[in-house]
Design a protein around this ligand. Sequence first.
Ligand code: NAP
Length: 328
Amino acid sequence: MSGSRTMRAVRLTEFGAPSVLKVSRDVSVPQPGSKQVLIRVHACGVNPVETYIRTGTFAVKPPLPFILGTDVAGVVETVGEGVTAVKAGDRVFTTATQSGGYAEFTVAPDDSVHKLPDALDFTQGAAIGIPYFTAHRALVHKARVKARETVLIHGASGGVGVAACQLARAMGLTVLGTAGTPDGMELVLKNGAHQAFNHREDGYTDQIMEATEGKGLDVIVEMLAKVNLSKDIQMLVQGGRITVIGSRGPIEVNPQDMMSKESSIIGVMLYFATPEEKKETAALLYSGMEAGWLRPVVGSRYPLDKAAQAHHDIMESPGAAGKIVLTM
Ligand code: NAP
């Protein structure tokens, strides 16, 4: 996989605090093997999971040295044997990489490389992978939402939340979203939510129930279950569903609240999406990019050498404003 050319990359040589993310200038440019694509990276999305992997305490602990990053957007440099879907010069985005995305070049398996429509810039392309594929998995493959249902996107101002709002709105649902700041609420409203609520304000769940005229929610897409799950269960309609995307810790719930409504709590793990499901998701997302309702929102951009700051900020944010991306 190694060539003689070198590139800049943030290569992990130890696990730990954000400060372990340092730029190396002498990393070999990877070479594409069979069914692989070499991409000149313009932008790479930063996802919370990459901060967990960085600490070395997560279930996924790759051997070092290792380059983080799965969601890149850039231009195809060369393709390996057997690649027909893209060619040198194509603008693309990825949903996985072989060699890591926090780098000037990356190699990706061809089934994870998608053409990037002209309407989206590279930073937007880097905001599609994990966020939109996860939002679609939660809404469609897990909650099996239907038009006319009411969904609460609980944590709608970040990467996955904005994606979920745009998708749910496009699929004909009534969309309620939460954020932790007035700016975040504004963003949520601009991206598909019919109403926005502040999850840092006392009594906001009462306001959400009032917005449903006391009926409750058909579906809740949950970004911070360790805080909200117990209350979420009480806010569902009969037969309602909660999809747990994020949690970051345990919480006590009363199973009686579920029995009384025959409700379901469904865990979501993008990693388990089957090849068929990924194709279905890609097709729907593509139609959204072409029709114009899928427009990733990039909140902050950091140059590659500020990857440590980006990792700090995604976890300590005073209020999300869309997606955080690295630019090369
Ligand atoms: P992000 O961009 O950092 O956004 C985090 C979101 O959580 C923001 O909207 C934030 O709102 C919100 N939040 C903060 N406090 C909250 C509260 N008390 N109640 C509800 N929401 C709250 O992260 P992301 O990329 O969207 O990912 C969200 C979560 O999903 C993370 O935990 C991530 O690890 C997880 N995730 C899981 C999968 C999977 O396959 N299971 C895939 C992708 C992501 P404010 O900042 O406005 O307060």
